[in-house]
Design a protein around this ligand. Structure first.
Ligand SMILES: NC(=O)c1ccc[n+]([C@@H]2O[C@H](COP(=O)([O-])OP(=O)(O)OC[C@H]3O[C@@H](n4cnc5c(N)ncnc54)[C@H](OP(=O)(O)O)[C@@H]3O)[C@@H](O)[C@H]2O)c1
Length: 213
């Protein structure tokens, strides 16, 4: 059982974007940040339900496959689930439509829990107000011996990194500069100690950096 993080970050370390508008709710920077990941065959199949076999293969797709492999449970923050954008909507079920790509129990950290949401494909969203250690114990119990991923966003991931709870951190460093947003690396001086570090460059210019215990 491995506790994993997988994030796309910009060259300057940002894992969120800030150029969203009502007309363009994800903003242009979001597509710049996740373009290579979203273009992979695996993402297209698993998240967009595109069964045409289109999408890139190669190094980026290998990491996209690894993103979904061996997953037993997921932890995410209220921001990633969209609670902050939809706090007045009791029927909000997340961004992912009728078939969220997780297919496992997902624990959403929030100070304002709401009832659990269930989907036919095995995805459940359970809202919990818990410290990282407690949330992780809950997710491990639900994961059936498989991995737990701390999915994001960066505010949540940083709590788990600071608490020393992450066994494997993979970041896809995308060669763009965002200049603003929430940076993954702030207040984590010396994080690399205790990890073995490897990196791999994809044809797209994305650098896949992995820290493993
Ligand atoms: N680059 C990537 O690969 C990637 C991956 C995933 C997500 N994202 C992006 O990340 C953004 C969201 O990230 P974010 O950092 O703003 O927010 P976040 O980490 O998703 O959520 C933070 C919020 O979760 C709740 N929370 C966190 N820890 C908690 C705890 N221990 N107990 C109770 N509640 C807790 C709090 O919300 P409340 O106090 O309101 O309850 C907190 O404000 C989105 O824009 C998403 O698109 C990027």
């Amino acid at each position: 059982m491995t506790v994993r993080v997988d994030l796309n970050i910009s060259l300057d370390g940002f894992a969120t974007t800030t150029d969203q508008t009502p007309e363009n709710p994800f903003g242009e920077d979001w597509s710049r940040l996740v373009h290579t990941y979203v273009s992979t065959r695996t993402f297209r199949e698993r998240v967009l339900h595109d069964t045409s076999g289109t999408g890139t293969t190669g190094i980026n797709d290998d990491y996209a496959q690894a993103y979904f492999a061996e997953l037993g449970a997921e932890i995410m923050g209220a921001g990633m689930f969209g609670l902050h954008d939809h706090q007045d909507d009791p029927d909000w079920r997340g961004w992912w439509g009728k078939e969220p790509p997780f297919r496992v129990p997902v624990f959403v950290l929030t100070h304002t829990p709401r009832p659990t949401i269930e989907f036919d494909n095995g995805t459940t969203f359970t809202f919990i107000d818990a410290a990282p250690e407690e949330a992780l114990a809950t997710a491990i119990a639900a994961a059936g011996g498989r991995d737990v991923r701390v999915g994001g966003g960066p505010t949540t991931v940083k709590q788990f990194l600071r608490a020393g709870l992450v066994d494997q951190l993979h970041v896809a460093i995308v060669p763009i500069l965002l200049g603003r947003g929430i940076r993954l690396w702030d207040d984590l001086r010396g994080l690399e100690s205790g990890y073995t570090i490897s990196s791999e460059a994809a044809e797209s210019g994305v650098i896949h950096l992995t820290l493993r215990r």
